[in-house]
Design a binder for this molecule. Structure first.
Ligand code: ADP
Length: 157
């Protein structure tokens, strides 16, 4: 089974990484795709985000990182993905994720969305929280890997 894990990853956190590790155990291959989004200007360029993710997954042989454009579901077809992976943290994620998954189902019902529940210790974690902490010089130890923390501090120095 080939899985596509789409997101903004601006930047990647331990929560995203946990989903990647778990998906990599379930699937033959996991493609992490940073989807370009013209409406949402990120803190990091797509290339910077890709590099940070790649540094975090060097030990995973069946995971690769790409930058994608267009509709996620079309991208999934392009890379021969069987499923989309999404992470769910709290009830607040539920409505948004349900809307996305049902839209994708309407567009193409050959590709299922698989949801993985966030680990409790990461269920409060988001890229925006990590950015806010970095902006205020807080401790990022529990939020993002060291290479990502370094980039965040550099960005907001
Ligand atoms: P998007 O802009 O598409 O929501 P994100 O990069 O914020 O992109 O998230 C990508 C996916 O990872 C989403 O399904 C999101 O719910 C999930 N995710 C984000 N943070 C966590 C976390 N801490 N634990 C588990 N899943 C997460």
């Amino acid at each position: 089974m080939i899985a596509l894990y789409p997101g903004s990853f601006d930047p990647i956190t331990y929560g995203h990484l946990d989903i990647i590790f778990r998906a990599a155990k379930l699937c033959e291959k996991v493609i992490v795709v940073i989807m370009e989004n013209n409406e949402k200007e990120g803190a990091f360029t797509y290339k910077e985000r890709k590099k940070m993710i790649e540094q975090c997954i060097v030990d995973l042989e069946n995971v690769e990182v790409q930058i994608g454009t267009g509709l996620t579901i079309d991208y999934a077809v392009k890379v021969n993905a069987d499923v989309l992976i999404r992470g769910v943290r709290a009830v607040t994620d539920y409505e948004y994720e349900m809307q996305l998954a049902t839209t994708n189902m309407a567009l193409n019902d050959n590709i299922e969305t698989l949801f993985l529940m966030a680990k409790p210790e990461y269920s409060f974690l988001s890229s925006s929280t990590a950015k806010t902490i970095a902006q205020n010089g807080g401790d990022l130890t529990y939020f993002v890997p060291d290479n990502v923390a370094k980039k965040l501090y550099e960005k907001y120095r």
